[in-house]
Design a protein around this ligand. Structure first.
Ligand code: DSN
Length: 447
């Protein structure tokens, strides 16, 4: 297949193709457990790698700043119509380059710089763009953050109290490391009490919402932002929707979102991405997408149970979505980096992640985050989740006693020794072999 062989690109840039082929093999022969990643249907590569990348289309369908957009108009309108149909919303913008700029557009449409906003704290499973201090959202806006309780569920009483005390203009519900379902209805009551806009960031769970595996935010929130490359299995991009509820609150909200995306924030839309979004939405409308969403959650529950059965502690003792967090504090604090790197070497990709009330820092957190969308895309089921849990625990057992020193200047030396040790570790080498064999049984693109 052209997207594996890259013959023409090799003629103009063999050095680049060598690197790309290594990445193709990495994806084919490793287990991708980062819960925000996925594999697109290869048919979408034909949209992403198409002549549409040549076009400038600033503006919106039938209201462009450049000529020659008659066909791009049709493509963008197709994507918009499919979003409206799938989610039952009156308004959609499909031009967001990715989740963070799309969230920025939501701020621009609803707030002025310095306004008070409220979001889910990053270490508790929220997102940088929901008001975290190092992001534009915590720099340009006055941010108040809510948290999860010890049981891993959002502290809805804290949300209510903070909202009543601070009267935010905008409240976010959603995040990137939350293992329970987002309580949209409770948030809507609080937003109504204080007159705030309520925005749901469902980037992680869109595919689950479409499949009916996660509660639907549409009746409860004003604005919905989703990326298109996670559980939706599309290209890297974003969609912003306004609901009937949102238009009732502010009839101009759709226009404000459009103006915020362009000219407020972005330039020309990526038309090749828009086309691939349209195709991903078409696939998501098929019955087998519902089955896919169901299997993601079944696999996540199976993986969580298998890890706990083998003695691992999970945040909130499990999951009801596509992801979970292993709490590594029973072995000590700041162990996420050791586990991530050792598993990476074994061909199992996940990411170090903070856990609620993490005793360490975001760069050296005490947990790892993993999920099942990508392995489900390649056809794996509960049986394979049990095998994967066994592999993960074998590797964790090899590295759980490494300690990250509190003194910053000693860390590089510890990591250097750790990296030398894992390169030589026989168990990690064995697991790597098992991973390759398992991946060959569930081919990704090399069919
Ligand atoms: N980086 C994404 C994730 O991994 O969840 C969120 O933006």
């Amino acid at each position: 297949m052209w997207y594996l062989e890259l013959e023409n690109l090799a003629k103009v840039d063999p050095e680049l193709v060598e690197m790309m082929k290594k990445e193709i093999d990495r994806q084919e022969y490793s287990l991708e457990l980062i819960p925000s990643e996925n594999f697109v249907n290869p048919a979408l590569f034909e949209a992403m790698g198409s002549v549409l990348t040549n076009k400038y289309s600033e503006g919106y369908p039938r209201k462009r700043y450049y000529g020659g957009n008659q066909f791009v108009d049709m493509i963008e309108q197709l994507a918009i119509d499919r979003v409206k149909k799938i989610f039952g919303v009156p308004y959609a913008n499909v031009q967001g380059y990715s989740g963070s700029p799309a969230n920025f557009a939501v701020y621009m449409a609803t707030c002025k710089p310095g306004d008070l906003i409220m979001g889910h704290a990053l270490p508790d499973g929220g997102h940088l763009t929901h008001g975290w201090k190092t992001s534009f959202s915590g720099i340009f806006y006055n941010s108040v953050q809510y948290h999860v309780k010890q049981d891993g569920y959002i502290d809805i009483e804290e949300v209510r109290r903070l909202a009543l005390e601070n009267k935010p203009k905008l409240i976010w519900v959603g995040g990137s490391a939350y293992v329970r379902q987002f309580p949209f209805e409770e948030f809507s009551k609080i937003a109504d009490e204080v007159g705030a806009y309520l925005a749901a960031d469902v980037a992680h769970v869109t595919g689950l919402i479409i499949a009916g595996e996660h509660s639907n935010p549409v009746p409860y929130v004003d604005i919905i932002m989703t990326t298109t490359h996670k559980t939706l299995r599309g290209p890297r991009g974003a969609i912003i929707m306004v609901t009937e509820r949102g238009l009732k609150k502010d009839p101009l909200l759709g226009e404000k979102i459009d103006k915020a995306v362009f000219p407020g924030l972005q330039g020309g839309p990526h038309d090749h991405t828009t086309a691939a979004i349209a195709a991903a939405l078409n696939l998501a409308m098929k019955d087998d997408f519902k089955e896919y969403g169901r299997q993601i959650v079944k696999n996540a529950k199976a993986l969580a149970d298998s890890l706990m059965k083998r003695g691992m502690k999970l945040v909130s003792d499990g999951t009801e979505v596509h992801l979970m967090l292993i709490d590594l504090t029973p072995f000590g604090k700041g162990k996420g980096i050791f586990v991530q790197e050792a598993l990476d070497l074994a061909g199992i990709t996940l990411n170090k992640n903070t856990i609620p009330a993490d005793p360490s820092s975001p760069f050296y957190p005490s947990g790892v985050r993993l999920g099942t969308p990508a392995v489900t895309s390649r056809g794996m089921r509960e049986e394979e989740m049990d095998i994967i849990a066994g592999m993960i625990v074998r590797v964790i057992d090899e590295v759980k006693n490494y300690e990250m020193p509190d003194e910053k200047e000693k860390r590089a030396e510890v990591l250097k020794k750790f990296r030398e040790d894992i390169e030589k570790n026989e168990v990690i080498k064995e697991v790597k072999q098992d991973v390759v064999e398992l991946c060959k049984r569930f081919p990704l693109y090399k069919k």
